[in-house]
Design a protein around this ligand. Sequence first.
Ligand SMILES: [Zn+2]
Ligand SMILES: [Zn+2]
Length: 389
Amino acid sequence: MAVHDKIGAMAEEMTRWRRTLHACPETAFQEKETSDYVAEKLLSFGLDIHRGLAGTGIVATIQRGAGESPAIGLRSDIDALDITEATGLPYASRNQGKMHACGHDGHMSMLLGAAKYLAGSDTFRGTVHFIFQPAEENEGGGGRMVREGLFDRFPVRSVFGLHNFPVLPEGTFAICKGPMMAAYDVFDIEIRGKGGHAATPQNVKDPILASSYLVTLLQSIVSRDVNPVQAAVVSVTEIRGGTSYNIIPDAVRLRGTTRHFLPQVQEMVEARMREICSGVSASFGIAVDMAYERRYPPLVNTDRETDEAARAAALVAGKDRVLTDITPVMTSEDFAFLLKEKPGAYIGIGSGNPKETGRLHQAMYDFNDRILPIGASYWATLVETLLPK
Ligand SMILES: [Zn+2]
Ligand SMILES: [Zn+2]
């Protein structure tokens, strides 16, 4: 393992930062204390910082060399989740109902470690923008930073992201070219019938029966309409309706998500959902209305930058500990918005045994601090290889 010596020496300090951040988890666009803490650290390392993109976002810059130097962007997410922490750790969340259960505390600490190391060493020529991005979970802070001018104010040749993967062995890396994570869409369906006494079904328009057919029919899209070699997911995740044993309600509400990689699959899934909704409406004589929202695009790594990321990872972890052809996953990530604008690559860093650390988004999850110097060394190596002196 080729962790930078100076970064290895910062392991305890990075762990302290990570645990301080872990204790004050804040969710989408509310990351005020988090943003203040990160900004204060960056200023203490001597970086120029810009605050305010997407509200709590920070871009910090190190420029080495005069004139038109090439620039790259390195991004960390900063937000937490609406989960009540159950780890019982001394540095557990002090914000009730909020938790860093996706490791974004660790991501911030790794990028801060790289910023401190790079600020204090003369090992590259060019410009590095350290992007601390709010609201990765659900709310698309990455898209908002782009819309508010991230790459106009801070132009880059390419941009890179990183996420811990508890299912991969500690200190390994994983990446693939092309689509690596799916697009993320959401839907809300309202089935409005006519409620009444459960014992007189002839007098009601039953939204519960209609919604049951609807949920089942929606499952025919992936099994019968999507080409089996082109992946998609349709998941109904919430059903709300009814109040008692003997009352048929007026309405039932469904919510859920769809995932896919290809625009034509996305179009078709949405179109088929609308057709099925009108079919159920006609069959039962009740109103079925669907609101469908496209949230995150698919995350697509460009070929050259995937090679660059894999090469930097191999210099840190060893070539045999870098998987370069992993199977894409149906989870989503708003770094995709940055990759829609600029070439770049998103890489996974193995954080070890999920039995020990918990899985992402679980109340028992904790970031594995042993990978902090590995992730920071990856960032530093990426800078030193892409922007050589
Ligand atoms: Zn997450
Ligand atoms: Zn995450």
